[in-house]
Design a binder for this molecule. Structure first.
Ligand SMILES: [Zn+2]
Ligand SMILES: [Zn+2]
Length: 450
């Protein structure tokens, strides 16, 4: 049934394109003559609960008792027509109500606009005034429709109309009981089954979600493209450019700025893409996912790249010019190898070749003043300072005497030796007990050791 409905729904939506009002009204089957039913439901929304039959009985019963003719039309869309005009036109061409009495009621429900129109024959206008109709719709029907409880909404709506029509005294609204008492709002499990293809019509955010569904791949491709451009135009050509601009410390900094920009833009695009995807997929309940999904990726990325970026910037900022204390001009870093060697003594060169320290030589272009900066290099931790020759060139060699277990500490022999002089030293060191980290992990967070 749902499948079949989907097909009908697609067809009717398609045939609506560029139709005039009379053409459109003509295309709808008159429920009174065609189906022997007072309800034309092109959405199938009343099918799952079997309410359609029940509602039809209410209408025929009302007709027998009061001769009032009522018909209901539920459509997925009337686009590009106006629901009110469609209701008037259908009321006219179908001739709802007895001609001399003018006692017809037509209810048009347009789902994509979430709009209900009530057309009342002139014979009933005294009882079903505009204000009363508005009141009935807003108080007795729409609160249920908003929940997705269409069957209950229509039962309540019909009950209210019948109540007003059967009463003889004004004010007519007083004859209606409290609708919430008579028709309790159903729980989520008891709501009407929404036919396939209609979810979008019943969801007010569906339009913007569709737009973002189209946009998210664009942002994804943009992010990838920017990252690729960054890779080929910056990273791949980095070395030749750096060599070419070796004299200029600015180039390195400039390279880093561009690389950060490319990475940043690429990252932003991908985050927008993920965010759009979440919105398109989850719509109104989007907030938790918005915080969870891109926030999670963002945090992970930030966590893994933070130190790298920090080092990246610290490194490049080290080469920025510094003020000259002598003449007030600026000191610039020296990159040329032969120039540098002039200003480095033997010990400096030894440390630099071990990468325990590196030296940045700054030179003033006006007064030729020199400043030498000594910074820990990437193998700084592997060495310690030699008490004999003062160079950071002492390395350790460890030999296990007995290894540690879970229950017992171990012991090892550490041999300290300088690379450049005769200095050497031997010390014994305690190795701490091993920790049962894997076992604890397998047991889960609440585990304890016995
Ligand atoms: Zn100077
Ligand atoms: Zn030494």
């Amino acid at each position: 049934m749902i499948k079949k409905f989907g097909f009908v729904f697609c067809l009717s939506a398609f045939s609506l394109l560029a139709q005039s009002l009379p053409e459109f009204a003509d295309s709808l089957p008159n429920p009174i003559s065609d189906e022997n039913s007072r309800i034309l439901d092109q959405t199938g929304i009343l099918e799952s609960s079997g309410t359609k039959h029940k509602l039809n009985e209410v209408i025929t019963h009302l007709e027998k008792e009061t001769s009032v003719e009522m018909t209901v039309v539920i459509l997925p869309s009337v686009d590009p027509l106006v629901p009110k005009q469609v209701a008037i036109e259908l009321f006219r061409i179908w001739g709802v109500g007895k001609k001399r009495k003018g006692n017809g009621i037509l209810i048009l429900h347009v789902l994509d606009q979430r709009r209900i129109e009530m057309e009342i024959g002139y014979g009933l206008e005294e009882k079903l005034t505009d204000i009363i109709c508005k009141n009935i719709l807003e108080e007795r029907a729409i609160p249920y429709f908003e929940l997705g409880a269409f069957s209950v909404g229509y039962e309540s709506l019909f009950d209210s109309i019948t109540g007003v029509l059967k009463s003889d005294h004004a004010p007519f609204l007083k004859v209606l009981g409290e609708s919430s008492e008579k028709f309790p709002k159903p729980t989520e499990a008891a709501l009407d089954e929404i036919p396939e293809g209609l979810e979008a019509y019943l969801d007010p955010s569906s339009e913007s979600r569709e737009i973002w569904e189209q946009r998210y791949p664009i942002f994804l491709y943009m992010g990838i493209l920017i990252a690729m451009i960054g890779y080929f135009f910056l990273w791949e050509r980095r070395d030749p450019w750096l060599k070419h601009y070796k004299e200029s410390h600015y180039w390195e900094t400039r390279f880093r700025i561009w690389a950060s920009l490319f990475l940043g833009f690429s990252f932003v695009c991908i985050i927008i893409s993920i965010t759009s995807f979440c919105y398109a997929k989850w719509g109104g309940d989007f907030l938790p996912q918005f915080i969870a999904v891109p926030g999670f990726f963002g945090l992970v990325l930030f966590f893994f790249t933070f130190n790298w970026f920090k080092k990246f910037w610290e490194d490049s900022l080290q080469y920025l010019p510094i003020p000259c204390k002598k003449c007030g001009s600026k000191l610039y870093p020296v990159f040329d190898e032969t120039d540098r060697e002039e200003y480095l003594d033997q010990n400096d060169s030894k440390e630099e070749s071990l990468h325990s320290y590196r030296f940045i030589i700054f030179k003033c272009k006006l007064c030729y003043a020199i400043e030498k900066q000594r910074k820990p290099d990437y193998r700084y931790e592997e060495y310690s300072s030699c008490p004999n020759c003062k160079i950071r060139s002492v390395y350790e060699k460890t030999k296990t005497i007995h290894s540690s277990t879970y229950d017992k500490e171990g012991e090892e022999e550490v041999k300290f030796k300088c690379i450049y002089c005769e200095y050497s030293n031997i010390k014994n060191r305690i190795v701490p007990k091993q920790i049962r980290s894997t076992r604890f992990f397998l047991r889960g967070g609440a585990g304890s050791n016995h």
